[in-house]
Write a protein that binds this ligand. Sequence first.
Ligand SMILES: [Zn+2]
Length: 252
Amino acid sequence: MAERHRSFKAEGIVIKHQDWGEADRIITVFTRELGKVRMVAKGARKIQSRKGGHVEPFTHILAQLDRTSDLPIINQVETVEPFMELRDSLENITVGLYVMELLDRFTRDEEGEDLPLFQLLRETLLRLAASTDKWPVLCYFQLRLLDVLGYRPSLFQCAVCQRKIEPVDQFFSPMQGGVVCPACGEKHPNLWKIQVEPLRFLRHFQRSTFDDAAKAQVHPAVREKIDKLIEDHLSFLLERKLNSPRFLNSIK
Ligand SMILES: [Zn+2]
């Protein structure tokens, strides 16, 4: 009996690819319709392959796929936007791959349509392609990613007592989900410290449009402090996510 194939369309941005067998590739795409999807590009590694050029990371593609009992197979694929600018320097590639890796690690296969996340990814690539200074783009992306994923850190009220945060040095607790005021911080050991300057810019980025956020003049030393805090916070969330029952169930 002939196997039934169900054909479907998906529009998305290529997160990564890996070689598969002699000539094929598995490409991971963040799609508009289904969230993250792994799909097979048959023959993508053959030199003459017309599909090969479409499966590079960052490429915005429109694919026609066939459902199989295993991963869906790409039947046809066209490029919507190649984002060539993101491939023209090592810095651009590194920054682009960092965005892709974060997205990859915070999502699971076929979680369903997530338009805010898809739009955030697309806007971030457009901004990276158009900006000389990538720092505001990355910082903004990370904060919006936390919003979209439901981990928006509390930066205006103490995450413990809910009192308004005053313009003095504060604490930060990934466990509590944000800034902890000095009074509450005294009672909790091992909290991270956050100074007024980095906090001021974090708050500005969190509540502003990208265009407004990008206008801020942030000193390199302050940028470093912000990066460290965001990276540590993301690492904490990823570890907790990896240890969560929901994640363990999903990989069983
Ligand atoms: Zn407090």
